[in-house]
Design a binder for this molecule. Sequence first.
Ligand code: SF4
Ligand code: SF4
Length: 375
Amino acid sequence: MVPGIGTKVVFERNELDRLITALRERQYRVVGPTVGEGAILYEEMTSSADLPAGWTDSSQPATYRLNRARNGRVFGYTLAAQSWKRHLYPPRQRLFRAERAGRGFRLSGGGGDEAPMAFIGVRACEMAAMQVHDRVFTQDGFTEPGYVRRRQAAFVVAVECAHAGATCFCASTGTGPAVGPGYDILLNEILDAGRHVFVATAGSEKGGEILAGLSCRAPAAAELSAAAAQPASAAAEQQRRMSADAAGVLSRSAESPHWDNVAGRCLTCGNCTMVCPTCFCTSVEDVTDLSGDIAERWRNWDSCFTIDYSYIHGGSVRQSGASRYRQWITHKLASWQQQFGTSGCVGCGRCITWCPVGIDITAEVRALEDREQGR
Ligand code: SF4
Ligand code: SF4
């Protein structure tokens, strides 16, 4: 029987292979957490052997380590280094190709021929980040067709966090650790004495159909309560929080002397914007071959931390590091609200972990707040 939306079932750990196979049989390119380059990476996978069973990660400001865990937990890490943004809104995308044909040009290459993707292991903050991008890329008729196409075709297997990383703060941004709506299947991994199972919730008809093909049973009461306890336990572990008045503090802090303090530490490297699941700045470049017969237009990820990003005729608007950091954090936490009706931060903590000098977005807001209140 196909589990209806909201129905919970349980399957054993070894059914993960059948889940991946079922998705591949439906022509999805399955992307999930893998171990590579000393980190968790969201990459294409062909079987459950690609999943990071027995690995965990630890994050601190400017520090990330991948460690062996003493258990076989499959989703025992917190987050991949990069987010799903890399797949839904690729770092480098050809917008079109123009090839000389007689007296004119033949246009091609705008995309649209990729296989649909199935994402395995989407966390609550990442689900929220996709929903932020859904607004950014579809608001007021300004639609990013490639994103919309990939997103609408995607199948999402979310996994709820049982533990939090040291740089996580989604509980204070209201974007986790409980996974919100939008998934096709939600998993809670239960690993205790002699038991390694997944409590699965169908979030869509497609999700229910996939679950119907696995060997599932009804959950025991203890399994349901273990799954339900996971988000609260992950929230209790979070050591950081974002101020509830972040938007107000930033709106009132344009002239704060604190920006020079941050600029004394910030390298304007743009790492924070690259790893952020919601940052979406891009630039466009045109390239041609030497004969002039072929021209291509490419869109590349860019960053408001580069001096060129604010270049208009005559020079860059934001010349100083202080003005560029202020731009990033004020847009993310304050003016994003006016533009898109939501914050641009989902509390994943990646910008803290991957900042080479450990600048912490929650601490910078707190410092601005302290200055404002004369503390
Ligand atoms: S600003 Fe930092 S914590 Fe917030 S969503 Fe972006 S990377 Fe994550
Ligand atoms: S805040 Fe950190 S990661 Fe972001 S640009 Fe500055 S140094 Fe780089």
